[in-house]
Design a protein around this ligand. Structure first.
Ligand code: NDP
Length: 305
């Protein structure tokens, strides 16, 4: 089969930008990043008219076309990109420069053009940290973190919470192989006594009984309406000051969150993480302070709240 080259001009969403920003993914139709960034850019341009030339596009880029897309986008006037599934890890092969967090997380969700080279950043960890602090009043220093999942988002969560001073990070995953890959990587960077891994075969409920944990769903279980919670331990066994955070924001109330709520625990969905990672990305590109509030309002009105 003939491979169709990535072509910006033929892309249905493309319009010639003066200063271009975009999110690249495959698929991409679900992404609400343009809603957040366009709202923030509108506010920014009322204070500084030069930002009215900035655009934010949503571009469907097949993984095979990622390298070509990066070249074309830099030539076409794009200076900042967000990356989502499936590009966050694969892009590492095409980058010469990574910031410290992206390097330690082994994944990139933000690119900024410096000269004619893309530099990789990871703002997902920052997004999660801010979400936990601002929405659930968490202090990560000396905290105990229970992460469900061992994919890219779990890796960002584990790395960020360890960097932020968490005492213990327990990672629980369905598949032992993926769990072991992640714990092995983390053991290379952090004191191994701070990292525990479990699968359903090795999970011990007693480790959580009556103790305060920050419980984070970083699995994709819950993305479809009606799916069960990935947490097999009954919420009521956790200490009273435990908090529950679901990285999923659509649907807004997963089974995981409903069960936490029913047991009286503070809880929040992943919209705040999405907003804070976007805020940080736009700050990197614009070198201006960005209001998370504007992005929250835009997201809420998008979802009809
Ligand atoms: P990955 O595909 O890299 O990882 C998926 C994880 O979910 C794996 O640990 C996988 O387990 C687990 N999983 C999938 N299905 C099931 C199931 N039926 N039962 C139990 N575990 C399951 O995805 P990401 O890490 O990129 O994303 C994870 C979640 O985080 C997604 O819901 C995503 O939307 C969300 N996210 C939210 C962000 C935000 O800003 N709010 C940012 C990034 C991600 P296994 O290893 O066994 O396959």
């Amino acid at each position: 089969m003939r491979e169709i080259p990535f072509s910006l001009e033929e892309h249905p969403c493309f319009s010639s930008p003066k200063v271009g920003l975009a999110v690249l993914g495959h698929p991409i139709a679900h992404s609400i990043s343009p809603v957040l960034h366009k709202a923030a850019l509108e506010v920014l341009s009322t204070k500084e008219p030069s930002f009215s030339h900035w655009t934010y596009e949503r571009l469907d880029v097949h993984p095979k076309e990622l390298r070509r897309a990066l070249d074309q986008l830099s030539d076409a006037g794009f200076i900042g990109l967000n990356l989502t599934i499936p590009h966050k890890v694969e892009v590492l092969d095409f980058l010469e420069h990574l910031d410290d967090e992206a390097s330690i997380m082994g994944a990139v969700n933000t690119l900024a053009l410096h000269g004619n080279k893309w530099t990789g950043y990871n703002t997902d960890g920052y997004g999660l940290k801010m979400a936990l602090e601002k929405e659930l009043s968490c202090d990560l220093v000396d905290a105990k973190i229970f992460i469900l999942g061992a994919g890219g988002a779990a890796r960002a969560a584990a790395t960020q919470t360890l960097l932020s001073g968490a005492n213990l990070v327990h990672i629980h995953n369905r598949t032992a192989k993926n769990l072991n890959n992640l714990t092995t990587l983390l053991h290379q960077e952090f004191d191994s006594e701070r990292i525990i891994g479990s699968t359903s075969q090795t999970l011990n409920d007693a480790d959580f009984c009556g103790k305060d944990w920050i419980v984070i769903n970083a699995t994709s279980l819950g993305l479809k309406l009606g799916e069960p919670s990935p947490l097999s331990i009954p919420c009521k066994q956790f200490g009273k000051q435990s908090v529950f955070y679901d990285m999923i924001y659509n649907p807004p109330r997963t089974k995981f969150l409903c069960e936490a709520e029913a047991s009286g625990f503070r809880n929040a969905n992943g919209l705040s993480m999405l907003v804070y990672q976007a805020k940080r990305a736009l700050e990197i590109w614009s070198n201006r302070e960005i209001s998370a509030e504007t992005m929250f309002e835009a997201a809420k009105s998008h979802f009809g709240d």
